[in-house]
Design a protein around this ligand. Structure first.
Ligand code: NAP
Ligand code: WDT
Length: 349
């Protein structure tokens, strides 16, 4: 049996995506300079895939780190696979490219390798903010910001503190994504946090020009997404896994009282048997089942450790044992979102 996992996979649009990516979202209290350090270390360790988003508010630091590694000759731009995501306050088709252009400006890069719809749920910016986003409005040209930068509220709230939902047809957002690809600002386009119905809505869109190349979803030993994975494989869509290590309880959006994957006794037995760490086994599990996996760490030791998921293999019996840990438990789901018409997590998958 061949246990080798490739360092990258071919996407349905012909581009290649490295199978292990560095996650970059950290709790707000973490200094932004940490991500700049982490990326330089990761590139030295041979990571070539970096996952971020407009919403993570770290793209200036990431761009600096990437440009430093290019300037010192470690890599060329074309060796790096950089992912960004359009945030949910920019889901309206006329705002999608604005969000991408803002990311590129912060990054000081001319394109992203992958641009994702971050989330199928859209949120509404205030009327004033929307007006400011339009270049034909005088306000947009003001060199200073009287109150806040347009569209900078990640979760716009009403006077009762409730997130203001918007309803934007996902197909119209997708058409704007296709334009970003045609404009050369994104090499590939995809989605995140979509369920099967939402994916099918895009796939069945009349006049579809490009299929999503991937769906980035929560995926780990306690929620292994076997059905969504099978569906994605049948459509030649890559499933990429976030929170593959169980995420970070310090994160604002992560459930606080959920069990910790890396402490799972069964996982620890498998890890000990192979002389590997639980994190390496959790990552290797995804690689061997054909999932592209993200792992966030800002510590040199762990960044290196996680990349060594390429250096051993799990047996079919190990894989079966690990499959048995599934319990359909999400770290990322929020009661406040559950009333959104595009809330993705009510369907079975
Ligand atoms: P994760 O990668 O599952 O876990 C990160 C946590 O694990 C951090 O606390 C990290 O701490 C720790 N860790 C990393 N390597 C370790 C190791 N070898 N041993 C022990 N602990 C280790 O969680 P995540 O950051 O939530 O998800 C990964 C990435 O997916 C994100 O960074 C982001 O890029 C993306 N994401 C996307 C979405 C979406 O909606 N599309 C949602 C969530 C996440 P240290 O940093 O201190 O090492
Ligand atoms: C479920 C709940 C899915 C955190 C919230 C998506 C939160 C996106 C991260 C992220 C959400 C969200 N992250 O990287 O830590 O869109 O609010 O990418 S979210």
């Amino acid at each position: 049996m061949n246990y080798n996992v490739p360092l990258s996979v071919k996407l349905n649009d012909g581009h290649f995506m490295p199978t292990l990516g560095l996650g970059t979202s950290a709790p707000i209290k973490v200094a932004k300079s940490k991500v700049e350090e982490a990326i330089q270390i990761a590139v030295d360790v041979r990571y070539r895939h970096i996952d971020s988003a407009y919403m993570y508010l770290n793209e200036e630091e990431i761009g600096r780190a990437i440009r430093k590694k290019i300037a010192n000759g470690t890599v060329r731009r074309e060796d790096i696979f950089y992912t960004s995501k359009v945030w949910s306050t920019f889901s309206r088709p006329e705002l999608v490219q604005t969000c991408l252009e803002r990311s590129l400006k912060k990054l000081q890069l001319s394109y992203v390798d992958l641009y994702l719809i971050h989330c199928p749920m859209s949120f509404k910016v205030s009327r004033l903010q929307t007006a400011w986003l339009r270049p034909d409005r005088a306000l947009y040209k003001l060199p200073f910001s009287p109150v806040f930068q347009p569209g900078e509220e990640i979760f716009p709230k009403d006077t009762h503190g409730k997130i203001i939902f918007d309803t934007v047809d996902l197909c119209s957002t997708w058409e704007a994504m296709e334009k970003c690809k045609d404009a050369g600002l994104a090499k590939s386009i995809g989605v995140s946090n979509f369920n099967r119905r939402q994916l099918e809505k895009i796939l069945n869109k009349p006049g579809l020009k490009y299929k999503p190349v991937c769906n980035q979803v929560e995926c780990h030993l306690y929620h292994n997404q076997s059905k969504l994975l099978e569906f994605c494989k049948s459509k030649d869509i890559v499933l990429s896994a976030y929170a593959a290590l169980g995420s970070d309880p310090a994160k604002e959006w992560r459930n606080k009282n959920s069990p910790v994957i890396l402490e799972d006794p069964v996982l620890n037995v498998v890890a000990e048997k192979h002389g590997q760490t639980p994190a390496q086994v959790a990552l290797r599990y995804q690689l061997q089942r054909g999932v592209v996996v993200l792992a966030k760490s800002f510590r040199e030791k762990r960044i290196k450790e996680n990349f060594q998921a390429f250096d051993f293999h799990l047996t079919p019996e190990d894989m079966k044992t690990l499959d048995g840990l599934n319990r359909n438990m999400r770290y990322f789901e929020d009661a406040e979102f559950a009333n959104h018409p595009e809330y993705p997590f009510l369907d079975e998958y």
